[in-house]
Write a protein that binds this ligand. Structure first.
Ligand code: 3PG
Length: 217
């Protein structure tokens, strides 16, 4: 698979797993378990020392995974992530330094926004697909509904507090392209190496595509 745009990546599946990898040995089996269930775009957060190694290991060993870097907090992390094999990036907020670095590296990027002002600033830079973060704490579905008309043309990947139960409410919105969430890879399941459980959660999350397509059609 060649270079994908951020929209291509967000359309691979209804859910982008947000992954915190502590033990490097869990990276590849975790990615394989998620891909087996249908979720292919994987966000590896830069919250642990194992993160960059995990991006590299999954990129090399799991060809069906599209690996991204998450929790990007500094422009300096962009090059390291690209060198490790990251094919997209996600940031919790809007940083022009990070946007500059991502654009210079031609790295597809999902900037985080929590207000219309931030969404407009991102759009001015050419980013019209944005992470709404933290989604539930910022008003969730009702805020995205309120943004749909005044911020028409912008699409969102709500993340933060999205669950198996409420994901469909987000995915039914016309301005939501996918959601992000950690629920498909619970810490306890990773620690316990319960890969079957993670594949089951991934498959359930993939199944959210059905109602979304039906609703959109
Ligand atoms: C995060 O940055 O932690 C993500 O938004 C995931 O949030 P969640 O754990 O509520 O899914």
């Amino acid at each position: 698979m060649g270079n994908l745009s951020i929209e291509d990546i967000c359309r691979l599946a209804p859910v982008v797993p947000v992954l915190v990898i502590e033990d490097p040995d869990t990276a590849v089996p975790l990615a394989e378990a998620l891909v087996a269930g249908g979720l292919r775009a994987l966000e590896i957060t830069l919250r642990t020392p194992a993160a960059l190694g995990a991006i590299k290991a999954i990129s090399n060993a799991v060809p069906d995974a599209v690996v991204g870097v998450g929790t990007l907090r500094s422009a300096g992390d962009v090059d390291d992530a690209v060198k490790a094999g990251a094919r997209f990036a996600v940031s919790p907020g809007l940083s022009h330094a990070i946007l500059n670095a991502a654009q210079a590296a031609a790295l597809p990027m999902l900037p985080g926004v929590a207000t219309p002002s931030e969404a407009m600033a991102a759009a001015e830079r050419g980013f019209d697909l944005l992470k709404f973060f933290p989604a539930e704490a910022n008003g969730g579905v009702s805020v995205l509904k309120a943004w749909a008309s005044p911020l028409s043309g912008l699409e969102f990947c709500p993340t933060g507090g999205v669950t198996a139960e409420n994901a469909i409410d987000y995915l039914s919105l016309p301005n939501v392209i996918c959601v992000g969430g950690s629920w498909v890879a619970p810490h306890s399941a990773i620690q316990g190496r319960d890969w079957d459980r993670i594949t089951e959660l991934s498959r359930e999350a993939w199944g959210l595509a059905g109602p979304r397509v039906a609703k959109a059609g």
